[in-house]
Design a protein around this ligand. Structure first.
Ligand code: KPL
Length: 301
């Protein structure tokens, strides 16, 4: 039994807490006090998660020791999240990061000590946050684990079997983390903005009326990917986006939930990243720019 800390009590953080707490001592790192217990709701049944929670900002948490940390926060919260747990990592800690969109993982890599491992994982596991402390399972999804530094490569098979293959359905190792991150980005470009703007479930995006916008968004994004020397063709991107829409058909995407709850979205790390890299490579990205501007105008303060 390992000690696991999960930073982020959103839909992914709580879904992981549900899976990990079956085999490991699991603690949620949160940013405030919660009066009600964390609960997982599945197949019309709910159960209280057997997890502790620690307020990372409370003065009483100074003795925190973190050996395995899963950081599941929004792209724009990542740097703050990483630096808030960094002082508590053991010399041999494993850090697992997951988020939508693109961030600069090199920034974090250079802070880690030689025996601290950095992993990235991408998941299409579905969860709907019903209230602050309850998440409802809405789809099985797939999870991919990739390594981000040499120490992570050495521990890959141990970490994969301990935390992923035994507890998260449909989990696999991905051999190339940059490819993995781009695949995830392309899926999010196809699903998140449209599902958020139209307030529809992922599966509803398969309707023919959305097909041409999805095609244009991915066409631009694949051109930028090629310029970045990432080998993902348009057909491959479309196939995996539609597969995820099917597997997670009853999910509300994270961005649809953000818009519904009037929260800041991750549009800048998703379409914004394509626009920014497109400008750098001299590639026009009008469809991604339009979605970026639409969501920035309405929901990003
Ligand atoms: O990552 C997701 C998200 O909602 O942000 C997908 C894969 C689209 C699943 O809903």
């Amino acid at each position: 039994m390992a000690n696991i800390h999960i930073l982020g009590a959103g839909a992914i953080g709580l879904s992981l807490a549900n899976a990990f707490s079956r085999a490991h001592h699991t603690t949620l790192l949160v940013r405030r006090e919660y009066a009600t217990p964390f609960t997982f709701y599945h197949d019309q049944k709910s159960h209280v998660l057997p997890v502790e929670h620690i307020n990372i900002y409370s003065p009483t948490q100074r003795s925190l020791v973190i050996s395995n940390c899963f950081i599941c926060v929004k792209a724009y919260q990542l740097a703050h999240a990483f630096y808030s747990i960094f002082p508590y990592l053991t010399e041999q800690a494993n850090v697992f990061i997951s988020h939508n969109g693109m961030t600069n993982l090199n920034e974090f890599k250079q802070h880690l000590r030689p025996k601290q491992a950095l992993f990235f994982f991408s998941t299409s596991m579905g969860g709907l946050k019903i209230n602050d402390t309850t998440v409802q399972a809405t789809g099985v999804g797939e999870t991919y684990l990739g390594v981000s530094n040499a120490t992570a490569s050495e521990r890959l098979s141990y970490c994969f079997s301990e935390f992923f293959s035994s507890l998260l359905p449909h989990s696999r190792i991905h051999p190339d983390i940059e490819q993995l991150r781009w695949q995830k980005l392309l899926v999010n470009i196809a699903i998140n903005p449209l599902s958020a703007i139209h307030q529809i479930k992922n599966g509803q995006l398969r309707q023919p009326k959305y097909a041409s916008t999805i095609l244009q968004l991915l066409n631009e994004a694949c051109a930028v990917a090629q310029a970045e020397k990432i080998d993902i063709g348009l057909n491959e991107a479309l196939t995996s986006a539609y597969q995820v829409m099917t597997r997670t058909q009853s999910n509300s995407s994270s961005m649809a939930q953000d818009v519904l709850n009037n929260r800041k979205t991750e549009i800048e790390a998703i379409c914004g990243y394509i626009v920014q890299k497109g400008e750098y490579h001299g590639i026009d990205t009008p469809f991604n720019r339009k979605k970026l501007n639409q969501l920035l105008a309405s929901h990003n303060r």
